[in-house]
Design a protein around this ligand. Structure first.
Ligand SMILES: *[C@@H]1O[C@H](CO)[C@@H](O)[C@H](O)[C@H]1NC(C)=O
Ligand SMILES: *[C@@H]1O[C@H](CO)[C@@H](O)[C@H](O)[C@H]1NC(C)=O
Ligand SMILES: *[C@@H]1O[C@H](CO)[C@@H](O)[C@H](O)[C@H]1NC(C)=O
Length: 447
């Protein structure tokens, strides 16, 4: 009778009906799993668990409890996901969370087969890159599905079709390539607006709500920070054949061959020969305008020879985060270029003549530049947007940059936000201007 007061105490503080379950739970805990049966659903949380330990534990659970179960498995790369693993608890499993790199690249085929009572599936923060048809087949009770923070590249068409109860879908923070293959998702997203709402209750006893999130795009660059509903309607029109497209890929560059205007080429760590060769092939195969994004290419020399093959096609050049030396004539010949981005390039000096030939240029971003020669901007007859913000270094506020203060005063219109650079298929590309923000006093004190 000595335990009697404890039971009374438990009755007093615990939600009704949970007392019986609290008694059989401690025996379920194992080396890598903690069981907590105070609430509905019961909780089992495992970390670094393997197949054997989990199989034994779930078998035991099925023998001792008929209550709904929430199973959380974290950081368990040794686990081989399969439906056999969950089989003993199929009737009870309401809520399954597989988190933190427990699943790498893809979900083993059939892992969730038969989980007909599952209400919530949380796959946040894994390394799932591909979702295949059938990955969620048979989850007829599933109301909430979270796939955020995975490096998802592609989603098989119709992947969410077999989920008649789905109320909330979270696809935030992935790395989707929004090309023709994802066109189905655009139509599907538009037809299922309720899935993207916030604060959805997944089931009454769930301890947290689900915030739906429409998938954002990462690639191609023009789709970055846009969502799937913005994929242009004509993206799947015939453009380049597979063979031509293959010819436009190279070791460090990827060409997006859907019906993009401009066509997009993205390179990382590319060198002069490789890029020059690719641009030469491009000009022979494609007669469209081009956007070129070059990232982290330390050894690339920029000069007139490099651009020459695409001088009549290149309209947007993004060199952000690169390390380049600008010389006279670096961009010579690019008379169609509309937008040149050079943010965070730590440019030491912009000499007179660096922008010679850029007669059509509407937007220039140059933030993080140490020094600009007076007169360097004079070839830019069409300039409508200039970004010069240099919050990191104050070179542009030095005494010898005094001319810039006066020049900016006469060109105030260049520093507005959202200046349109170009527009194709309803996709607009904007430039955000920004003036150098040094007080007049700083320059005067220095001079
Ligand atoms: C569950 O119960 C069955 C039947 O009594 C028994 O054979 C099995 O070993 C039990 N499983 C576990 C994991 O305790
Ligand atoms: C997706 O993009 C469209 C078009 O810009 C926008 O209206 C909508 O709000 C975006 N949806 C979400 C959830 O961000
Ligand atoms: C541009 O650089 C490449 C590679 O270093 C070189 O072969 C070529 O002659 C240069 N062209 C000009 C115009 O300087």
């Amino acid at each position: 009778m000595s335990y009697y007061p404890e039971i009374l105490f438990a009755l007093f503080i615990l939600p009704g009906g949970s007392l019986g379950k609290s008694l059989d739970c401690p025996t379920l805990s194992t080396t890598h799993c903690q069981a907590d049966c105070l609430n509905i659903p019961n909780d089992i949380v495992c970390e670094a668990v393997d197949d054997e330990e989990l199989t034994r534990l779930l078998g035991q659970y099925a023998n001792t409890s008929t209550s709904p179960l929430r199973l959380t498995i974290r950081k368990s790369p040794l686990l081989h996901l399969s439906h056999q693993l969950f089989e003993p608890v199929i009737p009870h499993l309401w809520d399954l969370r597989l988190e933190s790199d427990t699943i790498v690249n893809e979900i083993p085929s059939g892992s969730f087969e038969g989980l007909k009572n599952l209400r919530s599936l949380d796959l946040t923060g894994n390394k799932i890159a591909h979702l295949h048809a059938g990955d969620f087949a048979g989850l007829t009770s599933l109301r909430g599905l979270k796939l955020e923070r995975n490096p998802l590249i592609d989603l098989a068409s119709g992947i969410f079709d077999g989920l008649p109860s789905l109320q909330c879908l979270d696809l935030d923070d992935n790395a989707l390539t929004c090309d023709c293959k994802l066109m189905w998702m655009k139509n599907w997203a538009v037809n299922h607006p309720k899935l993207w709402e916030d604060n959805k209750e997944v089931y009454a006893e769930a301890k947290e709500d689900c915030d739906g999130d429409i998938p954002d795009c990462e690639y191609p660059p023009v789709m970055k920070d846009r969502n799937v509903t913005e994929i242009p309607a004509d993206i799947c029109d015939d453009f380049l054949t597979d063979l031509d497209c293959l010819d436009l890929q190279s070791e460090h560059c990827r060409t997006h061959c859907d019906n993009w205007t401009p066509v997009s080429i993205q390179c990382t760590n590319v060198g002069f020969e490789e890029l020059h060769g690719l641009l030469s092939r491009y000009s022979r195969v494609v007669d469209r305008v081009l956007r070129l994004d070059i990232a982290h290419s330390k050894n690339l020399i920029l000069n007139e020879t490099l651009w020459f093959p695409v001088k009549d096609q290149l309209i947007h050049l993004n060199l952000n985060h690169g390390r380049y030396t600008l010389k006279q004539g670096t961009f010579a010949g690019l008379s169609k270029l509309l937008y040149l981005e050079m943010d965070d390039c730590e440019i030491g000096n912009v000499p007179v003549g660096a922008f010679t030939g850029l007669t059509a240029l509407k937007g220039l971003t140059l933030d993080d530049t140490e020094h600009i020669d007076e007169g360097a901007f004079s070839p830019l007859k069409s300039l409508a947007c200039l970004k010069l913000d240099d919050h990191d270094d104050h070179g542009l506020c030095d005494c010898e940059m005094k001319w810039l203060g006066k020049w900016m005063g006469g060109h105030g219109g260049l520093f507005a936000d959202r200046v349109l650079m170009y527009e194709y298929s309803g996709l607009k590309v904007f430039c955000d201007g920004d003036a150098v923000d040094c007080t007049q006093k700083t320059r005067e004190e220095l001079c």
